[in-house]
Design a binder for this molecule. Structure first.
Ligand code: GDP
Length: 298
C-alpha cells in the first residue's frame, strides 16, 4: 500500500534537493508532479485539487525557515497536509456513559466486516473490555457460523438467533443482544450486519432499521481499501442510506494505491478510526493519520 505513491513523492522531492530557493516555476512543477502522483494513487479529484492548492499556497507563503532547506520545507508542508487530509487527530472510540457501548458495523459483503468484528473484539478485550459479538447478518447462510468461528478465535462470546427459533430477524436479534449484554456484563456490543455485493436499498433499510432499534454509540462503515474509487462511491451511498460516525479501512496490506484512505475523510467528513492490515486477528489498530503520512513520505 502506498508504495508507488511513496516512490513518486520521493523522486519529486529529490529533484528539489540542492536548490537554494524555490522559484514560482519550481513550485508549479513540484505541484504538478505531486498532483500526478496523487491521481495515479487513485485519490479523488476534488481531494487532489484542494490538496495541491493548499500545498502551493503554503510553499509560496512566508514559511521560510532557516533550519530547513527548500526541499525539506516542501516535505514538511506535504507531510502536514497529508496528516490533515487523513483526519488530523487519531479518532478514539467513544464509550457510552451507561454500558453497553453499542458499535454497529455496516458495509458491503466482502468488505471485511466479520473479520473486523473479531479483530475489534480482541482489541477491546486486550484493553480489559468484555465485548459481545452479535450476528445480525442473517442473509448469508454461513454468516452466523463465520462469526462464531471468529468469536472463538477472539475469545469473545457470540449472540445469535437460537436454533429452532427460525432464522430470526436481524432487528430483534440486535435488540435482544443489548439486554443479553446487560445481564451478562458485556460492556461493549459489536453488531455485524448484512452486506450485499453492491449497494441496494433493502440492505440499507435493514441497516437503518437495526440502527433505529438499538441507537448505536458508534456506527462504523467498513470498506475495502482495494476497491479504489468505488470505495468513495460506496462511502457516500452508506452515508446517505444509513449514516455513520467513522470509517474502518480494511485490506490496507494489499496492493491498493491508497486513494480510498486519502479521499474518504475529506469527501465524507467522517474520520477513519480503524485500519485493518491482514487476515490475522492482530492485524488491526486505530488509524493514526500522522503515522500513515510518515509512511507515505518514508
Ligand atoms: P464481510 O463479508 O464484510 O463480513 O467480509 P469478511 O470478513 O468475510 O472478509 C472477506 C474476505 O476478506 C475474507 O477472506 C477475509 O479473510 C479477507 N480480509 C478481511 N480483512 C482483511 C485485511 O485486512 N487484509 C486482507 N488481506 N484480507 C482481509
Amino acid at each position: 500500500m502506498f508504495e508507488t505513491l511513496s516512490d513518486r513523492l520521493t523522486s519529486v522531492f529529490s529533484s528539489l534537493r540542492g536548490k537554494g530557493r524555490l522559484s514560482e516555476e519550481d513550485i508549479n512543477a513540484t505541484a504538478r508532479e505531486i498532483r500526478l502522483a496523487l491521481l495515479e494513487a487513485d485519490v479523488a479529484l476534488p481531494v487532489v485539487r484542494e490538496f495541491i492548492s493548499r500545498v502551493k499556497e503554503r510553499a509560496r507563503g512566508e514559511e521560510v525557515s532557516k533550519a530547513l532547506n527548500p526541499a525539506q520545507q516542501v516535505i514538511k508542508i506535504v507531510n502536514e497536509e497529508l496528516v490533515e487530509i487523513l483526519g488530523g487527530e487519531t479518532r478514539q472510540v467513544r464509550f457510552a456513559k451507561n454500558p453497553p457501548t453499542v458499535i454497529m458495523l455496516a458495509g458491503l459483503q466482502g468488505a471485511g466486516k466479520t473479520t473486523l468484528a473479531g479483530k475489534l473484539a480482541k482489541w477491546l478485550s486486550d484493553d480489559r473490555n468484555t465485548p459481545l459479538l452479535v450476528a445480525a447478518d442473517l442473509q448469508r447462510p454461513n454468516a452466523v457460523t463465520q462469526l462464531q468461528v471468529v468469536g472463538e478465535r477472539a475469545g469473545t462470546p457470540v449472540f445469535a438467533p437460537q436454533p429452532g427459533n427460525g432464522v430470526g430477524d436481524p432487528v430483534s436479534v440486535a435488540r435482544e443482544s443489548i439486554e443479553h449484554a446487560r445481564r451478562n456484563n458485556h460492556n461493549v456490543v459489536i453488531i455485524d450486519t448484512a452486506g450485499r455485493l453492491g449497494v441496494d436499498t433493502e440492505m440499507m433499510q435493514q441497516a437503518a432499521d437495526i440502527r433505529d432499534a438499538v441507537s448505536p454509540d458508534e456506527i462504523l462503515f467498513v470498506v475495502d481499501a482495494m476497491i479504489g474509487q468505488d470505495a468513495v462511491n460506496t462511502a457516500q451511498a452508506f452515508l446517505d442510506g444509513v449514516g455513520y460516525d467513522a470509517v474502518a479501512l480494511t485490506k490496507l496490506d494489499g496492493d491498493a494505491r491508497g486513494g480510498a484512505a486519502l479521499s474518504i475523510r475529506h469527501l465524507t467528513g467522517r474520520p477513519i478510526m480503524f485500519a485493518s492490515t491482514g487476515e490475522k486477528l492482530e492485524d488491526f489498530d486505530l488509524f493514526h493519520p500522522d503515522r500513515m503520512a510518515s509512511r507515505i513520505l518514508d
